[in-house]
Design a protein around this ligand. Structure first.
Ligand code: SAH
Length: 255
């Protein structure tokens, strides 16, 4: 059995209880070494085989999984954040389906939510934005034309941009072709929840120079949107004059 597990954004205690238990029981752990905190590996039991997938191809990863499976071993495939975001798990699952090897997925705290916690941010502010777009800039990995950053930026919603810290001039340009201007609020969060975490607030027009000044080249999320600076209207959810399924409006005699 293969368990795909989300390791969370970095901090050792931001893995789920389920993920931690699977690590403790695993006969083999294949971890995404470029981003997974190696401290998670301290949970491995003695004799557990450990592989760093940063230096492996898909074929090599699959070969290890098959070998472990032949020995009736349990393998944890440890991905950073949540495996469903840029985790390249689908190609692994498709190959496992072909080989008749069973697997399941344990979610993790995506870095986007680790970084939101660092920023004390709420992406969905009443009257400001009720939408969060998770995306990336096209680079060596292409992005479908219909999802070009400038097109997504046309909404002016809250945005979190992955995998693009090395392309910030292009990010600035694309955002300004959408609903943002050079003065729109932006933030860069480097290694959210790691001890070396760094947060910088800037504007869309200063993303590239800010990252350069702070020596941030990778492992960062770019945030854009008015949620970073604007004061929202208060929520309907906790408004005394607004009835919900759980409480009447104050002064409302009907429940
Ligand atoms: N599955 C992961 C994303 C993997 S793609 C998740 O859910 O978070 C790798 C990209 O994620 C990095 O280039 C960076 O943009 C972002 N990232 C991962 N960990 C991060 C962290 N701790 N802080 C900031 N960005 C991070």
């Amino acid at each position: 059995m293969i368990h795909f597990v989300g390791a969370g954004p970095g901090a050792e205690d931001l893995i789920t209880l389920r993920g931690a238990k699977l690590l403790e029981k695993a006969d083999c752990i294949i971890y995404a070494g470029s981003l997974v905190n190696p401290k998670h590996l301290l949970r491995a039991r003695e004799g557990c085989a450990i592989y760093n997938s940063a230096t492996m191809t898909l074929e090599e990863v699959l070969a290890v999984m098959e070998e472990q499976e032949a020995m009736h071993h349990t393998t944890v495939r440890l991905h950073t954040g949540d495996p469903s975001m840029y985790g390249a798990i689908r190609e692994q699952m498709d190959a496992l389906d072909e080989k008749g090897i069973s697997y399941d997925v344990t979610p993790g705290v995506s870095s986007v939510f680790g970084a939101a916690a660092t920023l004390n941010a709420e992406f969905t502010l009443p009257g400001i934005s009720q939408t969060l777009i998770l995306t990336r800039m096209a680079g060596r990995t292409p992005v479908p034309e219909k999802e070009a950053l400038e097109k997504l930026a046309a909404h002016g919603s809250s945005m979190a941009i992955f995998l693009s810290a090395g392309l910030l001039k292009e990010v600035e340009e694309a955002l300004c072709k959408g609903a943002f201007t050079k003065d729109s609020p932006a933030a860069i969060v480097y290694k959210a929840t790691w001890p070396e975490e760094k947060t910088v607030y800037c504007t869309v027009g200063t993303l590239a120079e800010t990252a350069e000044r702070e020596c941030i080249k990778a492992t960062a999320l770019i945030f854009v949107g008015d949620f970073l600076t604007e004061t929202p209207e208060r929520s309907k959810l906790y408004d005394p004059t607004f009835a919900t399924g759980f409480r009447p409006a104050k002064g409302d005699t009907q429940s």
